[in-house]
Ligand binder design. Structure first.
Ligand SMILES: Cc1ncc(COP(=O)(O)O)c(C=O)c1O
Length: 421
């Protein structure tokens, strides 16, 4: 079975060698933002040191800035398997981009049109659509099954109607890790003529994304969750990006992506996004090449990215199985979400749990004192913690694994949790 060489991977992340007192922290905070490899840090500082300029000018630094921005769009097109870089819109973060696009889409909606959102989603894929109620748009909400935190597909089926114009759903839950069947949801949305807006922020560091195979209409992610700097990315079908009105200034270009890239972009972050994608491609080349025969039609960086995300997925699943087995053996621990290893392809390696007798924040503080970084609360997936009846008691503890985490770190976290119980 192919796997990654952990010391080669970890050696690229300066943060993994930091010391809190005498030990290196255990970064299980990835769902809130992953660490970045040296090449991303270098790309950001190189941009600012050597090519810093506004774009579109006649001189070297401006021409080089144009080249970096174009290369970052190409890299994201490869990462998402877009048809072309014109389908890639960069922006500040997923939340701002979703508000921006929901307002553009609202121009095409009428009172009485319907939008479907889910209880499993981060609020950034709910609030922008809920805001359209002001215009007379009707919101339909799809629940999840609290026993395993999977989306109620029967409810989604019932919620769809010829009035449905947009279905907004997450690729994976940033709270309980459930991966939704996006290709199936795309078929269902299209059967009534609706557009599918996918929030892939949580999924992106954990598996390959192929917008063409998924058949969605828009997909949004954030580079700081997949080893890059803070910056958001929307992929949209080119005909839809062309058709949607943009809130823009007159001199800005009228074609996508320019019309949606409002104002001066974060050039240094785009340099970092490019480096993050190249980092992943290198993981694919070095550790995932034995997966090549399964990838007909994918060439160059696209092929390497597929290989990277496949080998990362394999590694993380194995590590997560060990983690979950340990978590489930801790007295007083309640685990939320899919816990059957045979179903781990339906989830990311992000564990949500509570510990009897301690608030999630107390658990996170105790772990932090021992150098284990986890999150506590709702992580803005407030509909999830409300639905699970946990919002008033401080939500859950969230420990998320990334491909740079080790079995020793998992064991140490489990030991700390056993002592905390
Ligand atoms: C699933 C999910 N969606 C959306 C967001 C918001 O992303 P951003 O911080 O880029 O606005 C997050 C951030 O945690 C997330 O995990």
């Amino acid at each position: 079975m192919p796997t990654i060489d952990l010391s080669a991977v970890r050696g690229q992340f300066p943060a993994l060698s930091l010391k809190d007192s005498s030990r290196s922290p255990v970064f299980f905070d990835g769902p809130g933002g992953t660490q970045v490899p040296r090449r991303v840090i270098d790309a950001v500082s190189h941009y600012l040191a050597c090519t810093n300029a506004n774009h579109g000018g006649a001189f070297r630094t401006s021409r080089e800035s144009d080249a970096v921005l174009a290369a970052a769009h190409e890299a994201m097109a490869d990462f998402l398997n877009a048809r072309s870089a014109r389908e890639i819109v960069m922006g500040p973060n997923m939340t701002t981009l979703t508000f921006q696009f929901s307002r553009s889409m609202a121009q095409e909606l009428n009172a009485g049109d319907e939008i479907i959102i889910t209880c499993l989603d981060h609020d950034a894929n709910r609030a922008p659509w809920q805001a359209l109620a002001e215009k007379g748009v009707i919101l339909r909400e799809v629940d999840f099954d609290p026993s395993d935190c999977t989306l109620r597909m029967d409810e989604l089926e019932r919620a769809l109607s010829p009035r449905t114009r947009v279905v907004a759903v997450g690729y994976a839950s940033n709270c309980v890790g459930t991966i939704n069947p996006i290709a199936k949801i795309a078929e269902m949305a299209h059967s009534v003529g609706a557009w599918l807006w996918v929030d892939a922020v949580h999924y992106a560091p954990h598996g390959p994304i192929d917008v063409q195979a998924l058949g969605c209409d828009f997909l949004v992610c954030s580079a700081y969750k997949f080893f890059g700097p803070h910056g958001g990315v929307v992929w949209g079908r080119e005909d839809l990006l062309d058709r949607l009105p943009a809130y823009k200034v007159r001199p800005a270009g009228n074609r996508p992506p320019d019309k949606f890239e409002t104002g001066t972009q974060n050039h240094e972050a785009q340099a970092g996004v490019l480096a993050a994608v190249d980092y992943l491609a290198e993981i694919g080349e070095k550790f995932g090449s034995s997966l090549a025969e399964d990838l007909p039609g994918f060439q160059g960086r696209r092929r390497k990215l597929k290989q990277a995300m496949a080998v990362i997925q394999l590694y993380e699943r194995n590590l997560f199985e060990h983690f979950v087995r340990g978590l489930l053996s801790i007295p007083g621990l309640t685990f939320y979400g899919i816990q059957d290893p045979y179903r781990f392809h339906e989830r990311t390696p992000t564990a949500a749990f509570t510990l009897a007798g301690r608030t999630p924040r107390e658990v996170a503080e105790k772990l932090a004192r021992q150098g284990v970084y986890v999150w506590a609360g709702n992580f803005y997936a407030i509909a999830v913690t409300e639905r699970l009846g946990l919002e008033k008691t401080g939500g859950v503890v969230r420990a998320g694994l990334a491909h740079y985490n080790t079995r020793e770190e998992v064991d140490f976290c489990l030991k700390c949790l056993r002592e905390a119980g």
